[in-house]
Design a protein around this ligand. Structure first.
Ligand code: SAH
Length: 247
């Protein structure tokens, strides 16, 4: 089954379209997309399903693109919004660390889609923080979120997006129960490990040509364990100049 082969492919250059989970594209297809991800076992948690249903991907994908196809899509600036199955997989991996009242950091927040999902997971008494180094993406992500179910959390400041180099995290609001990194780092940035709360979890793709999605758990005594979840393909976590010059 094509979907299973592509299940952990985030930013693949594959554009055959043969692994589309769904083929017709009205905005009410968001629910069908979530149901399909449940059927394929990518979404297991009822809460993750609820939050992805409430957060219409159509509001986050640029006009002309097909928001409900299970594929990464260009958002300009040499980067992509991750595929729905990859967003779902990361929400599943982080679910226990996205409980109401908890604090989450989304590095490389891009369109703002996953930051909005994090905000709905942790609720208004929690905190969802996005960090993105392209100012234009930060501006458009804020506009996207304003149209979404997470809009009230922008107003009450339990959701915020910041222009910064995500390799430094966002120390002002650290520590975090959950950290998600949406771009592949050559190695795990020390600042992000430091900003993880004891008991917290980080999900981060690591590598250049070959990448592994790593799950980093910080134990209550402060020690860290790291395991490989699966092979992935993400755009690089890099400097703004290097990203804009890439082809
Ligand atoms: N998770 C987002 C975007 C994934 S693409 C989504 O699905 O919409 C990766 C994002 O990381 C891009 O928006 C890119 O601009 C950003 N990025 C890459 N390196 C970065 C860095 N050093 N600091 C902050 N953002 C970075």
């Amino acid at each position: 089954m094509e979907v299973l082969r592509s299940i952990f492919c985030c930013c693949s250059s594959s554009s055959s379209g043969s692994h589309r989970l769904w083929s017709s594209g009205a905005s009410d297809k968001n629910k069908a997309m979530v149901e399909q991800l449940q059927r394929y076992g990518v979404i297991k948690s009822g809460k993750v399903a609820e939050v992805m249903e409430a957060t219409d991907r159509g509001l986050f994908v640029p006009p002309g693109a097909s928001p409900y196809y299970d594929s990464p899509m260009s958002i300009g600036y040499n980067v992509t919004i991750s595929a729905p199955h990859m967003h779902a997989a990361c929400l599943e991996l982080l679910e226990k660390h996205l409980q109401p009242g908890m604090s989450a950091l989304d590095v490389g927040s891009g369109t703002g889609y996953l930051t909005a999902c994090f905000a709905l997971m942790v609720g208004p008494e929690g905190r969802a923080v996005g960090v993105e180094h392209i100012p234009e993406l930060v501006a458009s992500s804020i506009e996207n979120i304003k149209k979404s179910a997470a809009a009230p959390q922008l107003s009450d400041r339990s959701l915020s997006i910041h222009i910064a180099d995500g390799r430094e995290g966002w120390p002002e609001l650290a520590p975090y129960d959950a950290i998600h990194v949406g771009a592949a780092a050559p190695q795990i940035p020390q600042a992000l490990i430091e900003q993880l709360k004891p008991g917290g979890r980080m999900v981060i793709p690591v590598g250049t040509v070959f990448q592994e999605l790593k799950v980093v758990d910080k134990k209550l005594d402060g020690s860290v364990s790291i395991r490989d979840e699966t092979s992935v393909r993400y755009v690089p976590l890099t400097s703004k100049d290097a990203q804009l010059q890439a082809n």
